[in-house]
Design a protein around this ligand. Structure first.
Ligand SMILES: Cc1cc2nc3c(=O)[nH]c(=O)nc-3n(C[C@H](O)[C@H](O)[C@H](O)COP(=O)(O)OP(=O)(O)OC[C@H]3O[C@@H](n4cnc5c(N)ncnc54)[C@H](O)[C@@H]3O)c2cc1C
Length: 337
């Protein structure tokens, strides 16, 4: 009989963030289809708020590793807290959100426990007691389903693939699990935000706005208009709270500090960039070449603005292509939003 652990760190405010609540949806559904019970394992400075959030979700117990040492994300303390929670729960299946704090320790955790790990899982299911996990391979081009005999089996669930669990909050009883003393030389001395201090990557946004290299190229009047481009894009993002993506050509230029100040390599979409999940996407001044568009794998509705009617977006890659000057289009859109 499988024994499931939903595993997650709490945020700085002690609560569980949306990716964790999504992973919990997957864990609960898996437990249901296996007819198994599940336990929650949380860690952080204080996990009570997170535990209260999931008090009515049906966990047989909620385990917690707490203490000031657990506050900051550090490999040593995170890995030992997670290992202590898995061992105490006796879990055979561990379901966790694929967020940076988990991604960093997942491999080491499997090693410590003598188990196996599969990351970026998008679906979990069980048929006839056999658990299978679905994930994408080769930059989201191939979709595979796998099972494993090794236990514990750690599965990290990609954010944006599940509905966040929305059970009513309550008052939870947290069973404290002691974490072994962790010798660590790492000290968190501060945090640095992405370039320009502007957070432009918003995974929960309804719209992905992509800026391509065309924004920085010579325009019809023979000159470049980068400050105007930066203002148009910046205004649109702050008005709509859309998430900002960039083509490789765009972020490579920005990386040198030459162009759009709030664009960094973190924004790159595509084969060598990210593959975000947003309901809608709008590409501007971007040619829509295959290595870029492969990053749009999970964007449901796609539109593009390009001067070139023969650009890649016109080759079946966008639902709608506006053959127009993006400077003019965005100026009008900014008046409307
Ligand atoms: C191995 C490999 C991996 C790669 N990985 C990635 C990746 O992960 N992500 C990625 O993006 N690329 C990737 N690339 C590069 C990719 O092939 C393209 O070179 C890149 O996407 C081009 O960026 P772009 O469309 O912004 O620039 P360009 O090709 O220069 O296109 C600029 C576009 O802007 C348009 N334009 C100019 N002015 C205006 C205006 N005023 N209004 C409207 N349109 C305008 C032009 O018509 C043109 O279509 C990869 C390439 C390789 C070989």
């Amino acid at each position: 009989m499988e024994n499931i652990l939903f595993l997650a760190p709490v945020e700085a405010d002690g609560r569980l963030a949306r990716p964790a609540l999504e992973a919990m949806t997957a864990a609960v559904a898996l437990a249901k289809s296996l007819g198994a019970t599940w336990t929650a394992g949380l860690w952080g400075a204080d996990v009570q708020k997170g535990a209260d959030q999931i008090a009515s979700c049906g966990a047989v117990k909620i385990l917690g590793v707490t203490g000031p040492a657990m506050d900051e994300p550090k490999y040593a303390s995170d890995a030992s807290a997670a290992a202590a929670l898995v061992k105490t729960s006796g879990a055979t299946l561990v379901v966790a959100p694929a967020v940076s704090r988990i991604n960093r320790v997942a491999g080491g955790l499997a090693r410590r426990l003598g188990g196996r790990v599969d990351t970026h899982v998008t679906e979990l299911s069980a048929e006839g007691g056999k658990v299978s996990a679905v994930r994408w391979y080769y930059r989201q081009r191939l979709n595979g389903s796998l099972t494993r005999a090794s236990r514990p089996w750690i599965l990290t669930v990609d954010p944006g693939t599940q509905v966040a669990c929305a059970c009513a909050p309550g008052k939870a009883v947290v069973e404290s699990v002691p974490s072994p003393a962790v010798p660590t030389k790492t000290k968190v001395t501060g945090k640095r935000a992405p370039s320009g201090g502007t957070q432009t990557i918003r995974p929960d946004a309804n719209l992905l706005f992509v800026a391509g290299a065309g924004w920085c190229k010579k325009q019809a009047d023979g000159g470049t208009h980068v400050p105007q481009a930066e203002k148009l894009i910046g205004d649109f993002l702050s008005k709509t709270q859309s998430s900002l993506g960039g083509s490789k050509s765009m972020v490579d230029q920005s990386g040198e500090g030459q162009v759009i100040s709030f664009m960094s390599h973190m924004n790159q979409i595509g084969q060598t960039g990210s593959t975000p999940r947003h309901p809608k996407g709008l590409a501007t001044c971007c040619h829509g070449e295959e290595p870029h568009v492969v990053g749009w794998r999970f964007i449901t509705e796609r539109r593009a603005v390009n001067l070139n009617a023969g650009c890649g977006w016109a080759q079946g890659k966008a639902d709608v292509l506006y053959v127009a000057d993006a400077f003019k289009v965005m100026e009008e859109i900014n008046k409307l939003v």
